[in-house]
Design a binder for this molecule. Structure first.
Ligand code: GDP
Length: 432
């Protein structure tokens, strides 16, 4: 059994899309386990660039099935638009894409609820993407959500939708919810079109594993954005860590044998919240420019900083990482020196873990170690022995500081700009 979870180890945007795309040929099924259409995986194939918001990047390969598990929240129209976009580019989708009947629907008025909710928080706003994803999870946990399977019965869906809208209208206290009767009809029309994709994906996945098929479980966002383990309350509304892969798909922990963490060779974060290694100077802007650190869905610039070992170690622990994929090494190519945060400094002395209180986390300072830069291009290098010595030393230092092997190093956005470390776990997983 070689089913694995691929998880972001930082604050998201680590390059999970590229790594999943690389590993997908060795797996029969790629299943997404949480999040909504705000993920924005960017994958570059030749001269074509795909931005996948909801559908797993495994869909770009010729074979295999992709699953949106029960832990995902689905905006029916956004889903259909993404399917249309992929088909327009010649990618076969029908029959290769399944949506869980237990996934929850994002209703049109959730966007108004999210906007007003953020406005009411004032300076404490989270910086969400305004796609109704947070409210969909709130409704789910509040036991008022509507599941994808309910869309198979349009009359029942219409009645539930109306009561949900009325409830939202009370909460919004006069701010108009985006659910006119016309919007309601449009939503129903889209939701009904989901029907051909909808199955009991928990059963599908377990039956597939019984038949000897291999499943790759793909998370969105990253460990520090997990609703339980992340930098709460500046987090997403779902469980992006490896544990969420089981609750979000119905594949039990006993059927998952490894966890691959994706980490950038530096750190980025979108939106508000603590970021101990943040660089607010020219070096930060340099990383932003070279790394093209702008959100692929929102266009928002990402904050940038040095690699944070306490975050990576925390992530290794919470996710039980068996291997790490280090991405965007090439972005550091021009720096004279690179720094790594090895511990945090706090008023009570050094600390090597993540404080649970956001107030405490906001006050930590990074303890940095400095290493020589390599000042030569690593872009496109695909053999470990071709890395410049200083870059190799940097990679080895990160691996030993985090305590996890680095099984893959990404040296550019393209598929072949990748080093799969010989003898490592990723090399084994990538074997058919
Ligand atoms: P994801 O959501 O974790 O898949 O991350 P994103 O797709 O939002 O961000 C990763 C971005 O970095 C994408 O634009 C990728 O094409 C790009 N990328 C991935 N790996 C590398 C790499 O090794 N080097 C460079 N320069 N860009 C990369």
């Amino acid at each position: 059994m070689k089913n694995i979870v691929v998880v972001g180890t930082q604050w998201g945007d680590e390059g999970k899309g590229k790594v999943v795309d690389l590993l997908a040929p060795a797996f029969d099924i790629v299943a997404r386990y949480q999040g909504g259409h705000n993920a924005g995986h960017t994958v570059i194939v030749g001269d074509r660039k795909f931005i996948l918001r909801l559908i797993p990047s495994g869909i770009l390969r010729d074979t295999g099935t992709c699953v949106l598990g029960n832990g995902v929240v689905v905006d029916a129209q956004a889903f259909l638009d993404e399917v249309d976009g992929l088909e327009a580019l010649g990618i076969e989708v029908q029959g290769r894409l399944l949506v869980s009947n237990r996934a929850h629907l994002i209703l049109p008025h959730y966007r108004s609820v999210e906007r007003v909710s953020e406005e009411r928080r004032g300076d404490d706003r989270v910086g969400t993407t305004m796609r109704g994803i947070g409210p969909a999870y709130e409704q789910k946990t509040g036991r008022r959500g509507i599941r994808v399977g309910d869309a198979l019965n349009p009359e029942r869906l219409r009645a539930t939708l109306k009561s949900s809208r009325d409830e939202a209208a009370t909460w919004l206290e006069g701010s108009e919810p985006e659910l006119s009767d016309a919007a309601l009809d449009a939503f129903l029309e889209a939701a009904v079109k989901l029907a051909p994709f909808v199955v009991d994906t928990g059963r599908f996945l377990n039956d597939a594993v019984d038949d000897g098929k291999r499943v790759l479980l793909e998370g969105a966002q990253g460990t520090m954005l997990d609703v339980d383990h992340g930098s709460y309350p500046f987090v997403t509304s779902s469980s992006s860590t490896a544990g969420g892969a089981c609750t979000g798909t119905g594949l039990p922990p006993t059927r998952v044998s490894g966890a691959l963490g994706i980490a950038k060779a530096y750190t980025t974060r979108v939106g508000a919240g603590p970021f101990p290694t943040e660089l607010l100077d020219d070096r930060g802007r340099h990383l932003q420019d070279r790394g093209q650190e702008f959100g692929s869905v929102t266009g928002r610039p990402r904050r940038t900083g040095w690699f944070d070992v306490p975050v990576a170690r925390y992530s290794a622990r919470i996710n039980g990482l068996t291997s790490l994929a280090l991405t965007k090494l090439d972005v550091l190519d021009e720096l004279d020196s690179v720094s790594v945060c090895v511990e945090y400094r706090t008023a009570d002395g050094p600390c090597d873990s993540i404080p649970s209180s956001i107030k405490d986390y906001e006050r930590v300072e990074p303890i940095l170690e400095h290493m020589d830069g390599w000042r030569t291009s690593t872009r496109g290098i695909s053999k470990l022995e071709d890395l410049p010595a200083a870059a190799r030393a940097y990679v080895d230092a990160l691996s030993s500081l985090v305590g996890v092997e680095i099984g893959l190093i990404s040296t550019g956005p393209e598929r072949d700009e990748t080093i799969v470390v010989p003898g490592g776990r990723v090399a084994a997983w990538a074997e058919n």
